[in-house]
Design a protein around this ligand. Structure first.
Ligand SMILES: O=P(O)(O)OC[C@H]1O[C@](O)(CO)[C@@H](O)[C@@H]1O
Length: 381
């Protein structure tokens, strides 16, 4: 075994040994408990969307419109993460979807929307097959990602959805395997505060053996909770039948940029290549996909990427692309399958905008690259 392989093996073994430990468990619990009304509202919207889908038959126009809607849920769900928006009760995903549709304004907007290309890519392929979602934050964002994964299955666009989580809470609220179970268990219980709180606390106490901390939860009417429980039941079915497959490869929690995946984790790269669409969630996944390292410039030339914009070691590997650099340049050699990123911008790594668009956005909101109010649906075939 070569020294670098040995070091990777040691890190991997360590990660596996601590995979159940999550110092942010309590904060994740609190954020989900407060999101009860958003959860109920989205379940009702999702249920209506599936009923409309069933009524419209398998018509491409209806499926396209409905997919676009669940894409928006998953995109704006990315506003929630414990590093920025701790109290998810303040997030109104539906309001974000509406304000985004009205164009760039101070409240935030979708600044790049390549959904049409995503749809064209999907349409060019046979129905069914596999779609992958590379997850980001647990709690409300995970819930919106599961709404998307559910629609992919129920509409027949995919036979299988592979969900990629993390072995560690790397950027605080990252989804781990137990977070999927916690969300499902919380949805299955009675309406919050009672149901959700009781189920979540049971799980928390079982894993931490600490006394129950005081937590506050949203108040939701029992009748509003019916759609949520029905969702949870169907989602359990997806997991049991293998329509949903949860995975957590160690590569996702190493410092390696995705540019290196094929060399560092060829098994993961080959696995992703079997997908017809990779959906990357969130800001960190976007940054990772755009992080060629200057230390190995001979492996892949970083081209127009400017490095060293931050004093921290982690960020020193980030690249400040010209905002109008082609997205495919920024992805470098990482092209296992067609991919789309659903991301609200929280860090100044961005490529693929139109010339002059960055300057125009500066006038709307000087913090547009980092405040999480602006979103992109960005596609590479
Ligand atoms: O949860 P997300 O969307 O990946 O966001 C993570 C981002 O949040 C921050 O921690 C703070 O903005 C960034 O450094 C990081 O890129």
């Amino acid at each position: 075994m070569r020294p670098e392989q040995l070091s990777y093996h040691i890190k991997y073994s360590y990660i596996l040994s601590v995979r159940s430990y999550d110092p942010f468990e309590l904060q994740k619990l609190q954020a989900l408990l407060k999101s009860g009304s958003a959860v109920a509202e989205l379940a009702a919207a999702g249920e209506k969307l599936l009923a409309d889908q069933a009524a419209a038959g398998v018509g491409a126009a209806a499926t396209k419109a409905h997919l676009q809607e669940v894409f928006q849920y998953a995109l704006w769900g990315n506003k929630t993460d414990l590093s920025m928006l701790v109290d998810a009760s303040k997030l109104d995903v539906n309001a974000s979807v509406k304000s985004a549709a009205q164009g760039a304004g101070a409240a935030g907007a979708l600044i790049l929307d390549q959904f049409e290309d995503v749809w064209a890519g999907l349409e060019s392929k046979a129905a069914g097959g596999r779609v992958d979602v590379i997850l980001d934050n647990a709690g409300l964002e995970l819930y919106t990602d599961l709404l998307l994964a559910d629609f992919l299955i129920e509409s027949g666009l995919a036979d299988q959805v592979h969900l990629h989580g993390k072995l560690l809470p790397w950027f605080v609220s990252d989804t781990m395997e137990k977070d999927l179970e916690i969300v499902l268990a919380a949805l299955e219980g009675a309406a919050p505060p009672e149901g959700m709180q009781a189920r979540r606390l049971d799980l928390f106490l079982a894993s931490s053996r600490r006394p129950a901390p005081p937590l506050s939860a949203a108040q939701v009417q029992q009748q509003q909770w019916g759609p949520v429980q029905r969702l949870a039941q169907r989602w359990r079915g997806h997991l049991a039948a293998g329509r949903w497959v949860y995975k957590d490869h160690a590569f996702w929690t190493t410092p390696f940029p995705f540019w290196w995946m094929q060399q560092v984790s060829p098994d993961l790269y080959a696995d992703l290549a079997a997908s017809k669409l990779l959906i990357f969630k969130g800001d960190l996944n976007y940054r990772q996909a755009h992080m060629p390292t200057p230390a190995n410039a001979s492996l892949h030339d970083a081209g127009a990427c400017v490095t060293g914009v931050s004093p921290s070691l982690k960020l020193a590997f980030d690249c400040r692309w010209p905002l109008d650099a082609p997205f495919t340049d920024a992805l470098g050699p990482f092209r296992p399958a067609p991919l789309v990123t659903l991301r609200t911008l929280k860090a100044d790594v961005m490529a693929g905008l139109a010339p002059g668009q960055g300057a125009a956005l500066d006038k709307v909101d000087s913090q547009w690259q980092v405040n999480g109010k602006f979103g992109v649906v960005q596609y590479a075939p």
